[in-house]
Design a binder for this molecule. Structure first.
Ligand code: SF4
Length: 409
């Protein structure tokens, strides 16, 4: 989502006649787009701001946008006097106006923004989140949900395809909640409409929520060939008591029912999840329930995190962070080890099979790479292919993280 926001600001600056500097030393303006989902992300922003102190001159501008703005607001300027502007997420026009007033420069013709979009274009279809998971700071910093009208999403996608995009990624903190404000339907209708666009090769969406995902969406995924067979579906814990404490709104059996149905419709579905270990009150037995679930469901990728209290969240206010750091580490390492084996098995099953790869670019050895329909990264060996090509690749090698093979005849 931050990538999509950065892109939107970059487009507005380019349209106003600014150009992208090749490095910070040659730049006049630096904008930090910030994330606060974990303390580590937030600390990174502060250290970057400290670093920029040496770069700052009276002629240079430092601006900050993203989630930290909602969390800390204008106070940031007091803490960091060299910070010139604090820009709310998505509301970039006044900032661009201030820059124009500040830099009294001879503004020429706006520069063409075409070609900025890479092969993948990210579109925020929902801003904010209406859930209140007890560990999460997102609703506080991104606010309540605002849904972008379907026609506006389609217009943006059409434009990006005209500029060279071949894949559209529809984004929302909880993308399954999507509803067109004009009543034209939910996420399933949106995905169906986007995949009809001429010139587009693939549609992906993230992140799903087990409480809101509709079976109709799974049917749309299975029916239309441009839609990726990929679900980013965070479970967070495999124990119902912890899920309840997290206020996730579903139980393990609901989650399993979704996966079962999805795999019935798409046997090769790429399944990605998030898990937090060491949530307040998580006993060894509860942890083992999560472990068993991972063994049972065999995810392609599990994003693992150790619980860390975020000030201002319900969990941080209400419960002590009572799982010792050492124990959290042991639990996360145990799951990492388990998942490494599962991911290895999951990728090895592709060896000897032909997959469809949308080429995104070339790696440092000049080999084209992209993703298959299930979202797995694939390297194409001994072949020439340009970004945007859809190629058939016979898989010959597999590691837990990626596949590699040669172009099929
Ligand atoms: Fe945070 Fe996701 Fe829960 Fe929303 S659904 S509160 S973004 S964890």
């Amino acid at each position: 989502m931050n990538l999509a926001d950065s892109e939107s600001l970059a487009r507005q600056l380019l349209a106003a006649g600014y150009v992208e500097a090749p490095d910070i030393e040659r730049a006049d303006i630096a904008v930090l787009n910030t994330c606060v989902v974990r303390q580590a992300s937030e600390d990174k922003v502060y250290s970057k701001l400290h670093e920029l102190r040496a770069w700052k001159t009276p002629d240079r501008t430092i601006a900050l946008t993203g989630c930290l703005v909602r969390k800390e607001g204008e106070e940031l300027k007091q803490r960091f006097p060299h910070l010139d502007a604090v820009v709310p997420i998505g509301d970039y026009a006044p900032f661009v106006g201030e820059l124009d007033a500040r830099y009294d420069w001879a503004q020429g013709e706006p520069l063409p923004v075409a070609g900025r979009t890479g092969i993948s274009h990210y579109v925020n279809v929902i801003q904010g989140c209406d859930h209140n998971c007890t560990f999460c700071i997102v609703p506080r910093v991104r606010g309540r949900e605002v849904h972008v009208p379907i026609n506006q999403v389609l217009a943006e996608c059409r434009q990006s395809v005209a500029e060279g995009a071949r894949e559209v990624v529809l984004l929302g903190q909880n993308v399954d909640d999507y509803r067109d404000p004009g009543g034209a339907g939910g996420l399933a209708s949106l995905v169906r409409a986007v995949q009809e666009l001429d010139g587009l090769s693939r549609v992906r969406f993230m992140t799903s929520h087990p409480q809101d995902l509709e079976m109709e969406l799974l049917e749309v995924m299975a029916t239309f060939p441009k839609v990726a067979h990929e679900l980013q579906l965070p479970i967070q814990s495999g124990d119902d008591r912890i899920l309840k404490r997290m206020a996730r709104g579903y139980q393990v059996r609901h989650y399993r029912a979704i996966v079962e149905r999805a795999r019935q419709l798409m046997p090769e579905l790429g399944l990605y999840t998030d898990v937090i270990v060491g949530f307040p009150g998580e006993t060894e037995e509860m942890f083992l329930n999560t472990r068993r679930l991972l063994e049972k469901l065999e995810f392609d990728v599990v994003h693992l995190a150790q619980y860390s209290p975020r000030p201002g969240t319900f969990a941080a206010t209400r419960w002590a962070d009572d799982v010792p750091a050492e124990e959290k580490k042991r639990r996360i390492n145990d799951l990492l080890e388990l998942q490494r084996g599962i991911a290895g098995r999951r990728t090895r099953r592709w060896i000897g099979r032909t997959v469809e790869v949308l080429v995104e670019g070339s790696d440092e050895l000049g080999r084209p790479y992209g993703r298959n329909r299930q979202g797995k990264r694939v390297i194409v060996k001994r072949a020439r292919a340009s970004a945007g090509d859809m190629v058939e690749v016979l898989i010959e090698e597999a590691t837990p993280g990626q596949l590699a093979g040669t172009m099929a005849a």
